[in-house]
Design a protein around this ligand. Structure first.
Ligand code: PLP
Length: 393
């Protein structure tokens, strides 16, 4: 089906309203198009300043950032990593790249790692030996836990952080879509998602709140982990003159071209966060009148970035999610399913899962609705009026 450009309402697209062209032109003019160049450093500096975190090490994707973060956190082959089942597949793939295994945990009402179930797993299903934590079922070492701040919703991890510290389990935050989300409670107050664990990862893919075309970053307050991350992201080079390397590294660094776009986007982050909040408030008020759908709110203990917004199809609505998505598409509105839980995915069916009951229901009932920062009020009204038509069915 083809729509005229201004007749289609996409789910989440880039909003390139700043210095993107100017900075890109400068890259071309100076020939600094690859991993060396002023924009890579400027982008990292500006990010760490915005997030109030000591170090930012840019990568060429959120996936490579996750892979590297797990590696520098010390995840080894045959280890286990606790992973929320409600995530994009890259989260689990990064664990497998290291030949470690995921243990899947359920999600809560905000799609995040279920706090009670995670705590229960850590307290009841693991034991300590020689200062390390092992899974009672498999006797394998649990070296890390990944917390995903799903769709920009801050995960409820205040006490999990303390528990993991006690159990010597490193916490990696997959904040791929959570740039700008800030905690409002307890000790975490005013700290950004991605900066409260040992290492955090953010993605700058095209659908994110800001984009560098493709890209990611590792953020941390640890000098040692930042140094290691940078070293491994640039082929573990120790002597450039003689091409000497002291480890098996990766070609994971962001390019100057990507960073130039990322920097221009980062200059607009406050504007984008403000628009996202307005879109959320609009939906939140309008959905009150819909019979068959509710708007999913964000966790109250954080100022969430509202990256992806979602609705829930009420129980009595017998129409399938796929029908609704296709119906909206036929009217020129792009919506999307949330991720199929990881423990149900072909490569991950054989891995351990713990007490999973919410995620399948949530997967079946939830639809992501348009939230691009360049949407007009008329677009949002169209989304609502089209959903009302489904409500009448
Ligand atoms: C939760 C999560 N983790 C990881 C990634 C991977 O990021 P990238 O696409 O930049 O590799 C994504 C991308 O959407 C994501 O949503």
């Amino acid at each position: 089906m083809k729509f005229k450009k201004n007749k289609f309402i996409p789910l989440s697209i880039p909003n390139l309203i700043g210095n993107e062209k100017k900075y890109l032109k400068n890259c071309i003019k100076t020939s600094y198009v690859s991993t060396v160049g002023e924009y890579v450093n400027k982008f990292e500096k500006k990010l760490s300043k915005f997030l109030n975190v000591r170090y930012a090490v840019s990568c060429n994707s959120g996936t490579s950032a996750l892979h590297l973060a797990l590696r520098v956190a010390g995840v080894e082959p045959k280890d286990e990593v606790i992973v929320p089942t409600m995530s994009f597949i890259a989260t689990a793939n990064a664990v497998r790249y290291l030949d470690a295994s995921p243990v899947f945990i359920d999600c809560d009402e905000f799609f995040n790692l279920d706090y009670d179930k995670t705590k229960s797993f850590l307290l009841k299903e693991t034991f300590s030996k020689n200062g390390k934590t092992f899974n009672k079922k498999t006797n394998r070492k649990i070296s890390a836990l990944i917390v995903v701040h799903v769709f920009g919703n801050a995960a409820n991890i205040k006490e999990i952080l303390a528990l993991c510290k006690k159990k010597k389990i490193k916490v990696i935050e997959d904040a791929a879509g959570a740039l700008g989300t800030k905690y409002l409670y307890g000790k975490l107050k005013n700290r950004y998602a991605g900066t409260v664990g040992d290492l955090g990862c953010i993605s700058f893919n095209g659908n994110k709140i800001i984009t560098s075309g493709g890209g990611g970053v590792i953020i941390t307050n640890s000098k040692e982990l930042a140094k290691k991350s940078f070293h491994l992201s640039t082929q573990a080079s120790v002597d450039k003159l003689n091409y000497e390397h002291d480890d098996i590294g990766f070609n994971y660094r962001l390019t100057n071209l990507q960073a130039s776009v990322g920097l221009a986007q980062l200059e607009k982050i406050k504007t984008f966060l403000g628009i996202k909040k307005k879109i959320k408030n609009f939906y939140s008020s309008r959905f009150k009148n819909l019979k068959n759908f509710t708007f999913n709110n964000q966790p109250p203990y954080a100022d969430n970035n509202c990256w992806m917004l979602s609705i829930n199809c009420k129980k009595h609505l017998i129409l399938k999610k796929e029908y609704i998505i296709n119906f909206l598409y036929s009217k020129g509105i792009e919506t999307r399913s949330i991720w199929k839980p990881l423990h149900l995915q072909k490569p991950y069916k054989k891995y351990q899962r713990y007490n999973i009951s919410n995620s399948e229901r949530i997967f079946n009932n939830t639809i992501l609705v348009p939230s691009s920062t360049n949407l007009k009020k008329s677009d949002l009204l169209k989304v609502i009026s089209t959903l009302k038509k489904i409500s009448k069915n």
